[in-house]
Design a protein around this ligand. Sequence first.
Ligand code: SF4
Length: 724
Amino acid sequence: MAEEDQDELPSGRLPPWCNADELTEIQGDSIEVAIAEHSVGTAALGAVCAAAFERIGAALPDYQMRDAQVQMAQQILRSFYRERNAVIEAATGVGKSFAYVVASLAYNYLTGERVLIATETKALQWQLFEKDLPFIRRALDPDLRFELCLGSANYFCRLRYEQMINEGSFRDLIEEDKLAEVRAWAGEVMTDFARSGSRFEDTPKIPESVWRLVTRDSDGCPANRCPHYGNCNYYRERKKWSDAQLLVANHHLLLFHLLNDKHTLPEYGAVVIDEAHGLIRTGYSIFTASFARNDFADLKKGIDKLLISHTGIQGELKQEIEEVTAACLTRWETFFSRWEVETDMVFQNSGTALIRANIADTPEINAPLIELAERYDSLKTEDTEASLLGTINAQLKQIRKMAAFAGMYSKFDSQGIVYWAEKRDDRFLLQACRLNLGETLADLMPELRLYTSATIGYWPFADFPSRKSDLIQRGFFNRFLGDALPLAEEGSVDCNIFFSPFNYREHAALYAPEHLLIPEHGSPPHVQAEYFDRLAEEIAALTSVSGGGALVLFTSNYNLQQIAERLVTMTDLEVISQLEDGVQDSLARFRRNKEAILLGSQSFWQGIDVAGDGLRLLIITKLLFTPPDDPIFKARSEILEAKGKRPFFDLSLPHASTMLRQAFGRLIRTERDKGVIALLDSRIWQKTYGKTLIANLPRVQVLRTFAELERANDKFGLLKYSQD
Ligand code: SF4
């Protein structure tokens, strides 16, 4: 590090779980001086992590020190300390959360830099905040300061709550007794400053529509112009974030922060992105701008209401706003009508229509929307009262978003933006998404990043080398690096793999029969019906061997429904359907009954955790490929084709592999778990890519017949369960 930069570093200090004399001996020089000079050596960095895990072992009676976990922490700390990015695949059982938490905390102590951890799922975010970090605090550092960061729409907003009560907008949405619960909760979070006021903290069960009325609206919040700003739950939480050593956020919030001028989160020196295989997907959903034909009419109603109810808004400005709003409405609706006619033929059987070229005679709406935004902005004065200011801000942001969206259409950059139309619940929508996500993120992300997941890599061949150096050198991480770090120079990222310590050979088997043929797309109804009959029979036979404890994964709600109807007539076991009970309730029912069959669609493929013998049979009815009519997938495929690549092998297959590996990960959660994964899609044998998909799975026995399955079950007790 250059000498002149050293003063700018926040000061580092010895981590509280370390012994200075021991580290000095390892360093061969004073450890305090090395920390001050940012010159701690590799051996001393390794010792810092090892000492942390020894303390953790002493504090946790069942804890078994795992080499892979310690090595992973050491690798992360080394990379961060040397100012390098890292990409690490850590299989289930390595204990990656503790590994990156220990490394992050050590890095924070040694450099003074805050570290932000971002997960894809709220479940993992919550587990880190509620379970893992409190434990680390007890074991390593009683003064550790960490905070949970949620998007602002998750926090109680007093201004909006009072508006809802005063205007009575809760009527028709909520019963009196539920409203009383909301009042009681609001009373508590307004007065008890220890409460964050977040939706995840002991809150009443109320409809989503009511939550939206009492939580912060980022577009409308007037911040320090609000009378409740001083005691605002959200801003109080944000102050705490600025004082924390570690922050626990999620991908959505991190990406929102990065793509919106970095105003939301406090500064941090390094970021850990867990469940990183989902980052790009979340990124594209945030990058997508989407509007419906009636959105401007809805906005106009709000503008009209504001102009009528606030008598202070008068004269020329009021008249100008009314005129420009009316002009925008006409153009907006004509714009949507033109596109609806233009895309009508393209929809055919699909709900989406890719737009490949602009149409000549669409009205210009970008300029009038910008004009409206300028007029609207001048409604705000020094004296504007807070609730009015909030409404103006919210409407102004919506106008600006519409103008930005219209701008994407008027410049029509078919190389850099994908455009499509969608019909959803009788609504016609136009959408646009920029395709330079990887480059944008590379530009906005902090210098130091760790990307980690149990399924971050992809091996594109049918043979799987056992040496990890072969895997890394021959491109195990290439696909992820291309997506997430497209500008990284070769060799500039530390890549590593930590294999699972689980004994998959004896604890799990892949049953993949060859006889179930999936009908071709567009097959006649009777062919499809026969397929569903056979599939239901196979599921009934498998679940009778396992006695339930089965999660059955589908690629569509339609297929799930077809099997649900048939299966209830074929088994006495309890059949739980996600379509009837929703994700959380169906999962809770499944956890209560070890002899149940749970039918789940795409939200069950990842992030579901049922440890122990409650889940011993995982049935995958069909491989999960990205739907070919997905517009972003199509556009990215075309870009790959233009570069001479094969989109199926470079995009579609890696995604299917990740989803298969994620689903597999639901089955074996601890070293004691056992079970069978039944893959009822015979393409795994018919297609050449089947071997690649199997090569990417953990090393398990592969069984092709029911008889083989029964023998393996007898020998290893894969489907056994206890009755308690
Ligand atoms: S400052 Fe914003 S979030 Fe806080 S109470 Fe006021 S309007 Fe709501």
